[in-house]
Design a protein. Structure first.
Length: 391
């Protein structure tokens, strides 16, 4: 199933928090972290020809700091900002190698995660000499749990869904005097989620810099995945400022089991709509039922379309990326990473979508940018899907 609805609340209004100027400052912070380098932006010309578009550009986040996912960009910037604030210096002056020596004892950072965000927070805490306590919802992958513990963090798997796990992490942090580092916001808790979403702009800044050096041209279409919408909002805010919101079309895609952004975007007044229940999807990183209010306004103002899709859409995207045509490069993309390519493939390969493609403006002049936000973070499930055709 692939449902796509137009955003009738589009204004093209730029954000004062998420823009190219802020992104340069944030990327400068990331550049000082050992092991930083831009992740690849690869072109898939043979697939583009098959699908009837000019170019397909894939930002491959499986190479990010050796962690196989983009999330560390947000967690590291938030932790750096918190530590700078704690010792009363500007973020531009912080030295991550020596910051721990300026504290009497390590700070404890707590978070809830479906996997990749917690991995990023645990890694950043370790790199900065701090502690992390990570909560995960029921049904979480044992592989993710062990990866987080392997980074020196305490990891606790709950018996509740993601959004309730966020509430538990917040409650426990308050009781213990820890600092919650969460990538969604609520009234009274906006600053840290804003830093996290801003951290994701580094990925977009890299992509546009790389695209400018390629022959394909700037993107005319961007497909972004959303859980709470932090990454989608941060990236879209940057792109709207850098390229001009009216110069490209954006589709925000989610799993149907947790399509809170889709439901919010198709609500009567564009109000936030939460999704409750089990939120079961193979796209664990996107199985979030409550939109981030900090970034929802950007998605509401600058997205053109919202998509709600079945798990088989991202499974198809994983198989297509992992088994490329002829000389196209291979991209190993996980369940939450491949939804964007899956949406493009389903749209362009089904003849019944002819009218929808015309409406979207997807044709032989289109340059489509997608973000493969994670690699095979769950290797067994990746093989189940790519080798054994599960889903």
């Amino acid at each position: 199933m692939l449902k796509i609805s137009e955003n009738h609340f589009y204004t093209g209004q730029n954000s004062s928090l998420f823009n190219a100027e802020s992104a340069k400052k944030i990327r400068k912070f990331h550049c000082q972290i050992d092991g930083y380098k831009p992740t690849p932006l690869v072109s898939l010309p043979m697939l583009a020809e098959k699908l009837g578009v000019k170019s397909i550009l894939v930002k491959d986040e499986s190479h990010r700091f050796g962690l196989n996912a983009f999330k560390v960009l947000g967690g590291s910037y938030a932790l750096g900002s918190l530590l700078a604030e704690y010792i009363d210096i500007d973020i531009t002056e912080i030295d991550l190698k020596t910051v721990s020596s300026k504290l009497d004892k390590p700070l404890v950072f707590s978070t809830a995660t479906a996997g990749n965000h917690g991995t990023g927070v645990a890694w950043a805490a370790r790199e900065m000499g701090q502690r992390a306590v990570v909560y995960m919802p029921k049904g979480s992958s044992p592989v993710s749990v062990e990866r987080i513990r392997g980074l020196g963090a305490e990891c606790i798997v709950t018996d509740i869904n993601y959004d309730d796990t966020v509430r538990l992490a917040n409650k426990t942090a308050e009781e213990n005097g820890w600092i919650l580092v969460q990538d969604t916001a609520w009234k009274g808790y906006e600053k840290i989620p804003t830093w996290i979403a801003q951290g994701y702009m580094t990925m977009a800044d890299e992509a546009i810099e790389q695209a400018a050096e390629m022959s394909e041209g700037m993107p005319t279409h961007v497909i972004l995945q959303a859980g709470v919408g932090s990454m989608a909002g941060g990236v879209l805010g940057y792109l709207a400022d850098k390229l001009g919101a009216d110069n490209f079309e954006t589709i925000i895609a989610e799993p149907v089991a947790a399509d809170c952004i889709y439901r919010s975007g198709t609500s009567a007044q564009g109000e936030i709509v939460n999704v409750t229940g089990e939120l079961n999807s193979i796209m664990a990183g996107l199985a979030c039922g409550e939109p981030n209010p900090v970034t929802w306004q950007i998605l509401k103002d600058c997205s053109n379309y919202f998509a709600s899709v079945d798990d088989n859409v991202t499974a198809t995207g994983m198989r297509v990326l992992g088994n490329p045509l002829q000389d196209d490069p291979r991209v190993i993309s996980g369940e939450s990473g491949a939804i964007t390519l899956g949406v493009l493939y389903k749209l362009c390969s089904d003849p019944s979508n002819h009218d929808l493609l015309e409406k979207l403006g997807l044709d032989q002049d289109s340059v489509v940018l997608v973000f493969s936000s994670e690699g095979d973070t769950n290797p067994n499930r990746y093989r189940d899907i790519v080798w054994d055709a599960k889903y």
